[in-house]
Ligand binder design. Structure first.
Ligand code: PEP
Ligand code: MN
Length: 264
């Protein structure tokens, strides 16, 4: 069902208030790795509004490699995120980690993110198949393109056709970067599937200075959008500061992404 053989026309998602994802537009989504506080969100949202970015990412349930790392503000954080985003016309993209969270999060999110560690959590995918909200599925940490498409198929066949595919880098033998952003996946996914494809250069390379170049490359490779991490002070971010852009870097990237998109 996610194949081009079944549906030729590209899928375009309408999130309301003039925000769309898919063919013909460049979807920009930015925000911190983790939602940390009201003050932090206020600053990020002001930055996004100033730069015309309508989608904000930010985790309230964080999958961390160590149990001692910051694991997110949970539902209290999400409710505040929702209240502040609504007031500014910003749409929320945030990670859902388990089936029981789908229902409690439902009314407070615009796009459910399935993280790389949960791409093959088939119970979660089944649950999201029954929801009337867009789902962005990230490629698994060591997942193939075919496996990503199969995960999307779970959600789609469950009845939810509002899907976005996200290339976020895969684990390879290379240790010079956090992950290996597989830009090959972009044209391949675009050809195989009618679903929108978004690139996450932040997790894809994991090194702040190189994020803008990989974001621009993602657009040139044919991505329908970019999702990246930004924070007022990346050095003090609760997670992923090493790959997070400050607001100056983020504003410059947004300008350049629009320029590059216009060249396509
Ligand atoms: C994130 O978006 O912050 C995140 C945890 O991403 P991934 O699942 O791709 O590692
Ligand atoms: Mn992150």
């Amino acid at each position: 069902l996610v194949s081009r053989k079944w549906r030729v026309k590209p899928t375009v998602l309408d999130l309301g208030d003039g925000v769309t994802i898919g063919e013909g537009t460049l979807a920009l989504c930015a925000g911190p790795c983790s939602i940390e506080s009201e003050a932090q969100m206020e600053k990020v949202m002001t930055h996004l509004v100033e730069n015309g970015v309508r989608l904000m990412r930010g985790g309230v349930f964080k999958p961390r490699s160590s149990p001692y790392s910051f694991r997110g503000l949970g539902m209290d954080g999400l409710k505040l995120f929702h209240q502040m985003a609504c007031a500014r016309g910003i749409k929320i993209v945030t990670e859902v980690m388990q089936v029981s969270q789908v229902e409690e999060m439902h009314d407070y999110v615009d796009v459910f993110q399935v993280g790389a560690r949960n791409t093959q959590n088939f119970n979660l995918l089944d649950a999201l198949g029954g929801v009337d909200k867009p789902v962005m599925i990230k490629r698994g940490i060591s997942g193939t393109i075919e496996e990503l498409l199969s995960s999307a198929e779970y959600v789609f066949s469950g009845g939810n056709e509002k899907l976005i595919l996200c290339e976020r880098g895969i684990r390879t033998f290379e240790t010079a970067s956090r992950n290996t952003l597989d830009l090959n996946a972009v044209p391949i996914l675009k050809e195989k599937s009618h679903l929108p494809v978004i690139v996450d250069p932040s997790h894809g390379i994991g090194i702040r200075d190189y994020v803008p170049a990989m974001a621009l490359a993602g657009v040139l490779a044919g991505a329908d959008g970019i999702v990246y991490e930004t924070h007022e002070t990346p050095e003090t971010a609760a997670s992923d500061g090493q790959q997070t852009l400050n607001f100056d870097e983020s504003a410059k990237l947004v300008r350049n992404l629009r320029r590059v998109f216009a060249l396509r």
